[in-house]
Design a protein around this ligand. Structure first.
Ligand code: ZN
Ligand code: ZN
Length: 329
């Protein structure tokens, strides 16, 4: 965290205490750390930000897994004195834009399904919400091997807290009532605390992860890694491999990650959510090497860990001097 001296000319254009996005951090975590660094209530930063765009109706569709148009990341980058691509990299915007060949991919393509949850160890160590938290089917922290958590023990015994809080900023009230934000932001409380009793997230009950679940989630994460480096060609090829596999095995239904056996049906690639796709691939016990072929240049590989070559002009992983991602492997 960097404090800005009052004599500094940036005092008028940035926050008094600035936070910078970290590698693999999720946008929601940056917003909450910004609240915390400045001593504000949970949700103050996102409320300031949403007020700049004046599109309150769009707040109902707020999803922080992507850079939603309602969230002006250019303005936030200015307030935090960081680059806009660095903030975009806290979402999956660039990855989904490349994979679906659509600069404004729909949030449903990365449906969080189970809602918001976090790793207590990541919070305890560095107040960190990782981007992987938003991925469908992920219930454990891949780093700390613990179950992700979302409920304070006080909520087991009580009705959910009232959402109609007297005197609450109407915009924050609206954010509070929307999807994942219900658990992310605790109006009137400190950031990263229980919205009912105010207990810090780091002090929530700890839940050990099931070793078998961890192995399964490694397979799931391998697929996400694969798709996040891929283009539209990867998506269509994966669907083709699924259809061929079902034909070879004379199957129409597959036992899914949920435990239920469901017929496998896909609409067009651009309407197939990544969570659904990964569910079917893992359930069929396919691995990325089954989809990877030498025939088509499907993936855009990093030349080194810091550089990523991608055909999407707004990709935050693109090297500034890169002419168009022609250095693929
Ligand atoms: Zn963790
Ligand atoms: Zn509580």
């Amino acid at each position: 965290m960097q404090a800005v001296p009052i004599a500094d000319p940036t005092w008028n254009t940035t926050f008094p205490h600035r936070v910078a996005p970290r590698a693999q951090e999720w946008l929601a975590g940056v917003l909450l750390r910004c609240d915390e660094a400045n001593g504000w209530d949970s949700g103050a930063t996102i409320t300031y930000l949403l007020r700049t765009t004046q599109v309150t109706k769009e707040v109902k569709k707020l999803g922080l897994a992507l850079a939603a148009p309602v969230l002006d990341l250019h303005t936030l980058a200015g307030w935090l004195a960081v680059s806009e691509p660095a903030l975009r990299a806290t979402t999956y915007q660039a990855e989904l834009a490349r994979l679906y060949a659509n600069p404004t991919p729909h949030i449903h393509l990365l449906d969080m399904g189970g809602g918001f949850h976090f790793c207590l160890e990541c919070i305890t160590e560095e107040r960190m919400l990782r981007r992987t938290l938003v991925l469908p089917h992920i219930r454990c922290c891949p780093l700390h091997h613990v179950q992700l958590q979302s409920r304070c023990s006080c909520l087991e015994r009580a009705r959910p807290p009232e959402t109609d809080i007297p005197g609450l900023d109407p915009l924050l009230q609206m954010i509070y009532e929307v999807g994942v934000a219900q658990r992310l932001f605790s109006p009137g409380k400190k950031p990263m605390t229980c919205r009912r009793c105010g207990l810090d997230w780091a002090d929530f009950p700890r839940l050990k992860a099931d070793p078998e679940r961890l192995i399964l989630e490694q397979k799931i994460l391998a697929w996400y890694d694969f798709f996040f480096k891929g283009t539209r060609g990867v998506l269509t090829h994966a669907l083709r491999v699924i259809n061929q596999t079902l034909q070879q095995r004379h199957k129409k239904s597959v036992k899914r990650l949920s435990g239920r056996t469901i017929p496998v049906t896909f609409s067009s690639p651009e309407r197939t959510s990544l969570g659904h796709l990964v569910d079917v691939l893992v359930s069929l016990e396919l691995t990325p090497s089954d989809v990877e072929t030498d025939e088509t240049p499907l993936l855009w590989w990093p030349i080194n860990r810091q550089t990523f070559y991608c055909p999407v002009p707004a990709c935050p992983y693109r090297r500034p001097t890169d002419a168009g991602g022609d250095e693929k492997r």
